[in-house]
Design a protein around this ligand. Structure first.
Ligand SMILES: [Zn+2]
Length: 238
């Protein structure tokens, strides 16, 4: 194998190593977890928490209203009863009407107080629910922060590595004959690799044995020799 060809193939081999590294890094970059799944869960929990807190505020407001209303009804009922039992009203029909009115007020008061009690229990439940969601949210937010930090660190490292390798690649390209580069790129696009070393008579690209005939041509000729199986340019070092 002539010195010119050997040197060119050596450079091409370096290029392939760089291209393999770049590809592996880009694949890794694409598969990094950027935390968007966790973020989505955090957002859902935040919306849920907001909804529960709004419901709690509404329940508290209703409870205050109902308590106030119940106190008002109670006052009216008490003054009605004072009038009934105070002996000021003597007309039986009027008395009867007032007793009916007092009875109605009592029923209304009872209903309001029942509702207040119901709301008290519901508020208690709602508070428990809110504390659970708050704890879960805090946990998932921490988890998200962790994933995000790891992602940003790794993203930065891989990006820096890409810049470094691309710089090396740019230095290498002008030193390789254009026709060789073109062949390499064609084969690499098709096979996932453009050049292979012959080691112990085997193509490092596909693992197939290289025939004796090709081996001797590889040693002697200046032309490019391709693997008969995978088509990669063969490179052989003594
Ligand atoms: Zn091969």
């Amino acid at each position: 194998m002539g010195e010119v060809k050997r040197e060119q193939l050596r450079l091409l081999w370096q290029l392939e190593e760089i291209d393999d590294d770049l590809q592996a890094i880009r694949n890794k970059l694409a598969s990094l977890d950027d935390g968007s799944n966790l973020k989505q869960r955090v957002d859902v929990l935040r919306v849920e928490l907001e909804r529960l807190r709004r419901e709690l505020r509404e329940m508290r407001r209703e409870m205050e209203d109902k308590e106030l209303e119940a106190r008002g009804i109670e006052d009216r009922r008490r003054s009605m009863e004072n009038r009934i039992y105070g002996g000021f009203v003597t007309n039986p029909k009027e008395l009867e009407a007032m007793e009916k009115e007092a009875e109605m007020l009592r029923r209304t008061q009872d209903r309001l107080e029942e509702r207040v009690l119901e709301l008290m229990y519901a508020i208690e439940d709602k508070n428990v629910q809110i504390r659970e969601i708050e704890a879960q949210l805090k946990k998932e937010e921490r988890e998200y922060e962790g994933v995000r930090q790891a992602y940003e660190k790794e993203y930065k490292e891989l990006s820096e590595r890409i810049v470094f390798l691309e710089g090396k690649r740019e230095e290498l390209l002008p030193r390789i004959e254009p026709y060789l580069l073109e062949r390499y790129q064609e084969i690499r696009a098709r096979e996932g690799g453009g050049i292979a070393k012959v080691e112990k008579g085997v193509c490092s690209g596909c693992g197939f044995s290289v025939s004796q005939r090709l081996l001797s041509r590889l040693r002697e000729e200046e032309t490019l020799i391709y693997c008969e199986n995978c088509g990669r340019i063969l490179f052989w070092e003594e």
